[in-house]
Design a binder for this molecule. Structure first.
Ligand code: SF4
Length: 342
C-alpha cells in the first residue's frame, strides 16, 4: 500500500504520492451546523465542524483520519458521501464532482462509495433478517436478475466476511459485536464499491475482535482493490492499517504524512501529545507522556489563529493566537500546520 496525498488547510492539494490520478479529491471542505434559537428559531450561531479540509487519495490507498471526539473527522466522512450536505468546498470522485451532483448521480455514487458505521448495534435494522439487510442494496440498485442470483450473492457476501449461509435467516440480535460489524461490512460490499469510509468501524469492539475485523478489512482491500478512509480517534488503531495518516483538530488537518513518518517523526505538538498516549509494546522504549491542559475548546467559537494555541505547550503569544498556520510540506509529502514546526 502506498500513500494518500498531502493536503493543505486551504485549497491546495498535491498529486498522489504514487503519481497516479487521485480517486478521491477533497478540496477546502467546510461544514458549519447552524444553531437556532429564540421564538422564531433564527440562526444564532454555528458549529464549525469542518473548517477547510483538503486531501487526495489514490486508488488502493488507505488514509487514516484521526483526532479526538468532535474534531470533525466523522462529519468529513459523511460530507464526502453527501450523507450530510457540506457548507462549501468540493468533493471529486474519479474525476466527477460529488458536490453539486443531482439525485440520479448521487445514486450512482452510492454504488461506488460506501460507509461502515461505528455502532454495529445501531446501524442494523433489528426487524430485518441479515439476508434482507445485505440484500437491500442489491434490490435498490437492481444488481441481481433472479431470486437464485440474489440468494447466491448474499451467501457469497456472507462468506466473504467470514460468516456462513445459515446466518442469512437470523436477526442482528443473535450475533456478537464483531459478527454484526462483519454484517455491516457485507452490506457495504454488496454494491461492489471502490471507496469505503470506515467510520470508527472497530472502536466499539473489544481489542481482540478489533484485530480480527482490521485483518478482514485488510484482506478485502487486497482481494477487491478497495480504497479506504479509516476514521478513528486512536492513533494506535490506524498505525498498521493506513498508508498515510491525517491528524485533525477542531475541524482542520494539522498534520499529514506517511504512517511511518508520522509515528517516527511527528512534527505537530498535537500529534506528539496524541502519540505520547499510545502504549509501546517494547518495555525498553520509554516515551514521555505529554499531558495537554484543558479540554478541546468548543467548535462553536474555536480559538483564533491556531485552534490549538489554548492547549499547545510551545505556543507563542502574539503569533499563534493571531495567525492561522497553513499546512505546509516539510518534505516527502509530510505536511504540518504549525508556525514553529514547518
Ligand atoms: Fe502550537 Fe503555535 Fe504551532 Fe499552533 S502554531 S501548534 S499554537 S506552536
Amino acid at each position: 500500500m502506498s500513500g494518500a496525498t498531502m493536503t493543505d488547510a486551504g485549497t491546495r492539494a498535491t498529486a498522489p504520492a504514487a503519481g497516479g490520478k487521485p480517486l478521491l479529491q477533497v478540496r477546502n471542505l467546510v461544514k458549519h451546523f447552524p444553531i437556532r434559537g429564540g421564538l422564531l428559531s433564527r440562526v444564532v450561531d454555528k458549529v464549525h465542524a469542518v473548517d477547510g479540509v483538503s486531501f487526495e487519495l489514490a486508488a488502493g490507498e488507505t488514509l487514516g483520519l484521526v483526532g479526538e471526539s468532535g474534531c470533525g473527522k466523522s462529519t468529513t466522512g459523511r460530507c464526502i458521501l453527501r450523507l450530510i450536505e457540506p457548507t462549501s468546498g468540493e468533493v471529486v470522485f474519479d474525476g466527477r464532482p460529488v458536490t453539486g451532483a443531482g439525485k440520479e448521480a448521487l445514486r450512482a455514487f452510492a454504488r461506488e462509495m460506501q460507509i461502515i458505521f461505528q455502532d454495529p448495534y445501531a446501524s442494523l435494522n433489528p426487524r430485518m433478517t441479515v439476508g434482507a439487510i445485505i440484500g437491500e442494496a442489491l434490490t435498490i440498485h437492481k444488481l441481481t436478475r433472479t431470486p437464485a442470483e440474489y440468494n447466491d450473492r448474499i451467501v457469497e457476501l456472507l462468506e466473504t466476511v467470514g460468516l456462513s449461509a445459515d446466518h442469512a435467516r437470523r436477526y442482528p440480535h443473535e450475533f456478537s459485536g464483531g459478527q454484526r460489524q462483519r454484517i455491516g461490512i457485507a452490506r457495504a460490499l454488496a454494491v461492489k464499491p471502490r471507496l469505503v469510509i470506515c467510520d470508527e468501524a472497530v472502536s466499539a469492539l473489544d481489542v481482540s475482535i478489533q484485530a480480527q475485523v482490521i485483518n478482514l478489512l485488510e484482506d478485502l482491500q487486497q482481494q477487491l482493490g478497495l480504497t479506504y478512509v479509516f476514521i478513528a480517534h486512536d492513533l494506535s488503531v490506524v498505525e498498521h492499517t493506513s498508508d498515510r495518516v491525517a491528524v485533525m483538530y477542531l475541524g482542520r488537518i494539522v498534520e499529514i504524512a506517511t504512517a511511518h513518518a508520522l509515528y517516527s517523526e511527528p512534527r505537530h505538538p498535537y500529534t506528539e501529545a496524541l502519540l505520547s498516549a499510545v502504549p509501546i509494546p517494547d518495555p525498553s522504549i520509554k516515551r514521555q507522556r505529554i499531558m495537554l491542559q484543558g479540554d478541546v475548546p468548543s467548535p462553536i467559537h474555536p480559538p483564533s489563529g491556531c485552534h490549538f494555541h489554548t492547549r499547545c505547550p510551545i505556543a507563542e503569544k502574539g503569533l499563534c493566537d493571531v495567525k492561522t498556520p497553513v499546512l505546509q510540506d516539510v518534505g516527502a509529502g509530510h505536511a504540518v500546520a504549525c508556525h514553529l514546526r514547518s
